[in-house]
Write a protein that binds this ligand. Sequence first.
Ligand SMILES: *Cc1c(COP(=O)(O)O)cnc(C)c1O
Length: 346
Amino acid sequence: MTDKSQQFASDNYSGICPEAWAAMEKANQGHDRAYGDDQWTERAAQYFRDLFETDCEVFFAFNGTAANSLALASLCQSYHSVICSETAHVETDECGAPEFFSNGSKLLTAASVNGKLTPESIREVALKRQDIHYPKPRVVTITQATEVGTVYRPDELKAISATCKELGLNLHMDGARFTNACAFLGCSPAELTWKAGVDVLCFGGTKNGMAVGEAILFFNRQLAEDFDYRCKQAGQLASKMRFLSAPWVGLLEDGAWLRHGGHANHCAQLLASLVSGLPGVQLMFPVEANGVFLQLPEHALEALRSKGWRFYTFIGSGGARFMCSWDTEEARVRELAADIRSIVSA
Ligand SMILES: *Cc1c(COP(=O)(O)O)cnc(C)c1O
């Protein structure tokens, strides 16, 4: 096995997909205007408006931590709070960036079921304290697909947004793996966002095959006021913006975004089907997106590592996480499954 072998530690182990690469190459012709004032950025924003069937405000950032943090900061004041799942990336993997960029808005963790918040868990946290000594809940953030590879159905989203409306909360969606959710459900992007009451979506490009880049879509346009200044101040305004936006054109113009998400999901299903039922192997969560979480005996984890496999055991609720990506090869999935089988059957 060489260092270039496909791994399942994260979907960001993969490289750049051909569609994104080709678009960047096309954008790399001559000179163009800077700071987002170019044709590529305009085209990418228009593709998003077409795809989402609405006149949303579109911004581009370098990564998901910035996109989430700045979006959340725009939805609340420093004395407000943000309700998220205890497994949310904003809580566990962003080094306090949401609190930092919002000048202190506190994250309040709520119980989740298979990685998903529920109207009840939101209500419980939102109504726990209503006195002036506690930061006032102002935003709910949900992750679609979730950190544990599950997916919110449109009805679940609508129930959450109804609760948000009732309690005066804005609704943000971390869509680092939004494409996987769309592919799994066969729903339109609009159905899973503004039609279900989502105010702001951070749409992940990196894990879908781009080198870098996330898009921030404000369906509630009022909330986007001065967001461009917020991005610039945070160091997120790319001066050669066309290289952040062109790959989106490549992904969106012929549906590559959805194909890639669907392919990664398919590989996760394949892995799950090959290992489920093996002795000592437990699927920890329903496999709906591109991740498979396995509870394995400690010796099996060790043995897998010594065979050269890389995977994380600290994401979500423990266990071993295996992520598939746009370019995952089925043969490699079968190799991994065969190694798991031989280790646990030994
Ligand atoms: C990968 C990921 C992000 C973005 O992370 P960055 O490393 O900051 O790009 C955001 N949310 C979730 C759920 C993720 O998995």
